[in-house]
Ligand binder design. Structure first.
Ligand code: COA
Length: 192
């Protein structure tokens, strides 16, 4: 469990790692993950209707993956508020991407996601020796961009996107050839 501290260095939350025994220890997780994803589906590069079964597959894939980690954001009473993680972890390049950032529930803890992301960044630098941490975000996702800037990310690139429908999923795919587009994604790098 990663402790999360606020700006006064007071413990305010926890990041609980997703582990292989989650069906026994966090049996409600697939339901919560599906609910959180459906509530926030428009903020991701792939938009679809999430189900409990699909979310269980997503969680199982993360556990089996060598380069992904997911943490459940819990308040001090261990209420599950959201999740946050790393993807594309590359130990050789000491790189990784912040991934799966969702606040799914309201919380009395101010700036919970900011403190949670700061804790995840510090943990990644110390325990995974990550030196190059990046992320992508839709350019109209102002709440997320504010969060990432507060935590020390700076915008590096802006890439035009094409919105497409693939097998019932709305996806935003890179379209670098477009001079102008309705949608863009920002690539941001952590500068500390
Ligand atoms: C992105 C996301 C995680 C950011 O969460 P958040 O709740 O804004 O982040 P924090 O917990 O750090 O809270 C900070 C906000 O709470 C506000 N706040 C702080 N104390 C507060 C209080 N006592 N009462 C009310 N608001 C308060 C801050 O002003 C800040 O708002 P601002 O960013 O508009 O200035 C959330 O918007 C989300 O889940 N979005 C949908 C999914 C998503 O977009 N994910 C990212 C994909 S790349």
């Amino acid at each position: 469990m990663i402790p999360v501290y606020n700006s006064e260095q007071t413990l305010c939350a926890y990041l609980r790692p997703l582990t292989a025994d989650y069906c026994a220890t966090m049996s409600e997780l697939p339901t919560l993950v599906a609910k959180w994803r459906n509530t926030n589906k428009d903020w991701f590069l792939t938009s679809f209707h999430a189900t409990e079964d699909g979310s269980k597959t997503w969680l199982d894939n993360i556990i089996q993956s060598q380069n992904r980690l997911l943490f459940i954001v819990e308040d001090l009473c261990h209420h599950k508020i959201g999740h946050i993680g790393y993807a594309k972890i590359n130990h050789t390049k000491k790189s990784g991407e912040i991934d799966a950032v969702i606040r799914g529930e309201a919380s009395d803890t101010p700036m919970l996601m900011t403190h949670g992301l700061n804790a995840l960044l510090a943990w990644g630098r110390t325990h995974l020796q990550l030196q190059n941490i990046s992320l992508t975000v839709l350019s109209h996702n102002h709440s997320a961009i504010k969060l990432y800037k507060r935590c020390g990310f700076r915008q590096m690139n802006e890439i035009p996107l094409r919105k497409a429908n693939r097998d019932g999923k709305i996806i935003f795919e890179d379209a670098p050839e477009l001079k102008e587009s309705e949608y863009y994604k920002l690539v941001m790098f952590y500068e500390g």
